[in-house]
Ligand binder design. Sequence first.
Ligand code: TXA
Ligand code: MG
Length: 308
Amino acid sequence: MALLRDGQCVGLPTETVYGLAGDALNPAALAGIFAGKNRPRFDPLILHVAEGFALEKIAADIPPVARTLMARFWPGPLTLLFAKRELVPDLATAGLPTVAVRCPAHPVAQALLREFGGPLAAPSANQFGRISPTTAAAVADELGDAVPLILDGGPCRVGVESTILNVSGGAVTLLRPGGIALEEVTAVIGRVGRPADGAVTAPGMLKSHYAPRTPLERLAAPWPADRALPVNVALLAWRGFAGADGERRRVRVLAADGELSLAAARLFQCLRELDALGMEKIFAEPVPARGLGLAINDRLERASAFGI
Ligand code: TXA
Ligand code: MG
């Protein structure tokens, strides 16, 4: 708490991924966050709030549809974009007139936010453009000495970042698929707009992102059971791997039971492990494009895009 009041950052567990958290209303703390992960300042941050936080302090207008979504999904992996109030520093929103807000479900995050009182800005605690961390050890690997304290809340339950919806402009639009499936959202509020394919929908949603150091290539179909996996290639498999025992060391299976929630929870850790093998290439099998599969495929697509 003293660190946060002093404008420093801490590694924070959330149910999606670990964040690098600092006082959202203190520009010095925000500058520390950008510096800590080498993040360009055009990429705005998400403000995290405790349950029951008076949202009116930071959001100028809270439309009824936002209230419906918050009642159903908060605390949880849903981020909403509101017209911002003056109080929110421009550095937090990269000069945009909107502010992204989320109420995380992880008990450690909630306890810290409750005690701190105000909003904490927290991007994922990785070096800019790299794989998001889902364990405290991964945060230490990514940010090392740049962060004075990492709170260990265990492995993240959801494993992919929050779903981001823009509710500030009348119609609701999806800016980032994430930990709340789109089907769950539409079941509650009906239609959700999808920005045109390939458009940079949010300033930070660059094509090349979530990237391992090893080049990643998405496969159009599962790796054929009768074909040997080349010695310099690792495989991110969806449901299983029928190849030779000797090849298994280079393979991670996302979800043998076919549960997309398990696949999401394992995605970044599996990528991290395969990356550490130092192969020439990582092949990634496709996962079904429904539920959390939308977020998983989005991350794999961005991880495979080299150059922006
Ligand atoms: O699950 C999560 O959302 C995690 C955990 C730590 O809470 N946080 C996270 O933050 O994923 P970050 O910084 O890695 O991604 C936030 C993204 C930005 O890249 C940007 O695309 C979008 O949120 N964003 C934030 N404010 C925005 C705004 N005002 N307008 C458009 N997009 C915004
Ligand atoms: Mg991130």
